[in-house]
Ligand binder design. Structure first.
Ligand SMILES: [Fe+2]
Length: 439
């Protein structure tokens, strides 16, 4: 469904005052436009390169609600195509992952290779298939695929800018994680679902260090240790200056808090902090960071502290599936690797202490957006609005020298409205605002 041009989605987000209308979290029609204008256009995370390491390896993933097969052909090149036979639309592969030279539709046996091209149709020689001979009936291909530091992304929009341009300065943020070591994905992913709107999960990822000391206080008091061996956050009341915030083009951003002076770094999981090569890659500013909660717009949460990728994929306005991938340094001793995986599962995932706190929060936020009377009253995202100071120096792309503010969340909603109002990628690209515009 194309956007109704009589509606300006920008009216739902008041960036200068820090207000967001609740309707955008529950309205079924808005969600249908999101499927087209957000999930049909943006670069979306697909899988980690090490999860399809060998020729003919494949994984089944989702881009929005579209089931997509990502696989390597016999030469090792990566392809992605919609998991839906062109004959009657059935899935041609129903398992999560594996290795195969062909995908065969269970209904009539149409057969596709690992490039998604149609290889054979039972009876093709004897029966008459008029259309089959005149057009490409291979699986529908994802328009563009590219990767950044092991993360494979795809977009359905042939007009989308390159992944490099799309990520832009956010790459400096992602490298907070990737410069720590040489990462591979722990085999398999953990999947679970929540009855929440996807944007509440994204707004927690992009800039909500604020909730940590309150929502996760019980976990921290219990001595929770993050995946990279340091405590996850301060249990002291929020201190504005103990970190920084970054907002980058196309809706990405993060909060990063600094290590506290009292942080214990003599654990095996924190050993990387003493590695001079890692410190040199990170540079002085990033070496001081305890953890960064990052969002690659629209729906990939990257956590530099616990070393996790959490994809929050929408299945309706009030439903997400979360897919969690744990990244570990290839050079870690096996016992340290096991420690990191255990720490991760205590933290995020269905049994994770933080995850359960957050899931309940987003569930309640979504519920709080349903009321037709409530919807007349905007949500307040005004913390720090008009009070941010951008620092421009050689240490990083422009950053806001404050940890606790809602600038990144507002930026995400502002860009959301831009995508919703734009006719196309070229229009969005031409009219895209400056991330710094509000301060
Ligand atoms: Fe949280």
């Amino acid at each position: 469904m194309l956007a109704d041009r009589s509606i300006a989605y920008a009216r739902y987000v008041d960036r200068s005052r820090g207000l967001v209308n609740r309707k955008i979290f529950v309205d079924p029609e808005i969600y249908q436009v999101e499927r087209e204008n957000i999930f049909g256009r943006c670069w979306l995370y697909l899988t980690h390169e090490t999860q399809i390491a060998k020729p003919h390896d494949f994984v089944n993933v989702f881009m929005g609600e579209e089931p997509v097969i990502v696989c390597r052909d016999g030469d090792g090149a990566v392809h992605a195509f919609i998991n839906s036979c062109r004959h009657r639309g059935n899935k041609v592969c129903r398992v999560d992952a594996g290795n195969t030279k062909a995908f065969v539709c269970p209904y009539h046996g149409w057969t596709f290779d690992t490039r998604g091209d149609l290889q054979g149709v039972p009876g093709h020689r004897d029966l008459y298939f008029g259309e089959l001979d005149r057009a490409d009936w291979g699986l529908v291909k994802v328009a563009q695929i590219a990767s950044y530091r092991g993360l494979i992304f795809g977009t359905f929009d042939p007009e989308a800018p390159s992944l490099e341009e799309y990520l832009g300065d956010m790459r400096w943020g992602l490298d907070l994680l990737f410069d720590q070591g040489d990462f591979e994905a722990v085999p398999n992913i953990t999947r679970w679902s929540m009855d929440v709107n996807w944007k509440f999960a994204s707004d927690n990822a992009i800039g909500d260090m604020y909730h940590g000391a309150w929502s996760h206080r019980s976990a921290m008091l219990a001595g929770h240790i993050s995946g990279n061996g340091t405590r996850s956050a301060s249990i002291k009341p929020p201190q504005r200056d103990n970190g920084f915030t970054m907002v980058t083009a196309y809706g990405h951003g993060f909060n990063a808090n600094y290590l506290e002076a009292a942080a214990q770094l003599d654990t095996p999981l924190a050993a990387w902090r003493k590695d001079p090569a890692a410190r040199a890659r990170l540079g002085e500013l990033r070496s001081r960071v305890n953890r960064a909660n990052m969002l690659v717009f629209p729906n990939l949460f990257v956590n530099s502290g616990s070393r996790e990728l959490m994809l929050r994929n929408p299945f309706g306005p009030e439903r997400i599936e979360i897919w969690k991938t744990i990244l570990v340094d290839k050079n870690m001793p096996p016992e340290t690797r096991r420690q990191q995986v255990r720490a991760s599962n205590r933290h995020f995932g269905p049994a994770g202490m933080f995850e359960q706190d957050d899931g309940e929060n987003w569930d309640q936020s979504t519920a709080g957006a349903r009321g037709n009377i409530s919807q007349r009253y905007d949500l307040n995202y005004s913390m720090g609005v008009g009070h941010g100071t951008f620092v421009e120096d050689e240490q990083s792309p422009p950053r806001i020298e404050s940890l606790y503010n809602e600038n990144a969340q507002l930026w995400m909603y502002h860009v959301w409205a831009e995508f919703m109002d734009a006719e196309s990628w070229p229009q969005l690209r031409a009219e895209h605002d400056e991330p710094r515009g509000v301060l």
